[in-house]
Design a protein around this ligand. Structure first.
Ligand code: CTP
Ligand code: CA
Length: 225
């Protein structure tokens, strides 16, 4: 159950969240994408709105209903997600990058379906823009939280991303374990900030979302104090 105090914890705050995968088109019928249901990001948007925040959700292609009271912008590719995030960014107090953004995209999508001809096929891929790093590098940045999907050395890789991308906080999930992370209903997070950290134990994503937002609100209040 939600604590009574939670219902107003983010009142007057503006929160921007990315969620879901991005799809990078190869041709009109194929794409490169990440494994992501969008459930964690949508749970965060629902929880932020329930805690009183004015919440905007930039969502890649997912099959999920928009949480009550949340403004939603649908995008397909990393480039489109970047545009939508930068357009929504002015005036935000908190940015949470929960999307599983494709790291590489075809240099150019083919106009027509690629036919099966040779015995092998090589695609030329180029790096996508790092939306989270770009937001964090801005002078007018909001409190900025990233996710890290790691299969090993979770704390070391997550702390490296925290420093390298100049984040205020990072939430790491160990992917590849059965029943957790991508596409699952439950999750567990290891959360790190410059001078601390916390563990959020295995729980349904809505509860994990609530706990992460409580930690974020703690850190935002600590910084403002
Ligand atoms: N992210 C982003 N834009 C990208 C790639 C990642 O905004 N083009 C964000 C994700 O939403 C997440 C964080 O960066 O909050 C980390 O994503 P992750 O894939 O774990 O890290 P990368 O920096 O892409 O590094 P790698 O995949 O090599 O581990
Ligand atoms: Ca990545």
């Amino acid at each position: 159950a939600m604590l009574r105090a939670d219902a107003t914890r983010l009142a007057g705050r503006r929160v921007l969240i990315t969620a879901g995968p991005t799809c990078e088109d190869i041709d009109p019928v194929r794409y490169i994408g990440n494994r992501s249901s969008g459930k964690m990001g949508f749970a965060l948007a629902e929880a932020a709105a329930a805690m009183g925040a004015e919440t905007t959700l930039v969502a890649g292609p997912v099959a999920l209903a928009t949480p009550a009271g949340v403004s939603r912008v649908d995008v397909r590719s990393a480039a489109q997600m970047r545009e939508a995030v930068l357009a929504a960014l002015p005036g935000q107090d908190l940015f949470i990058a929960a999307a599983a953004v494709a790291d590489y995209a075809p240099a150019q999508a083919a106009a027509d379906k690629i036919k099966k001809t040779g015995e092998s096929l090589t695609l030329a891929l180029v790096r996508t823009p790092d939306i989270l790093a770009e937001v964090a590098a801005r002078a007018d940045r909001p409190f900025t939280v990233g996710f890290a999907a790691e299969t090993r050395e979770v704390e070391a890789y997550a702390r490296d991303k925290l420093v390298r991308k100049r984040l205020d906080m990072i939430a790491a999930n160990r992917v590849g374990l059965p029943g957790l992370g991508f596409e699952a209903d439950d999750n567990a997070l290891s959360v790190y900030w410059a001078d601390g950290g916390a563990e959020i134990g295995v729980a349904p994503k809505p509860l994990v979302a609530r706990r992460l937002l409580q930690l974020i609100a703690d850190r935002m209040e600590h910084r403002a104090a």
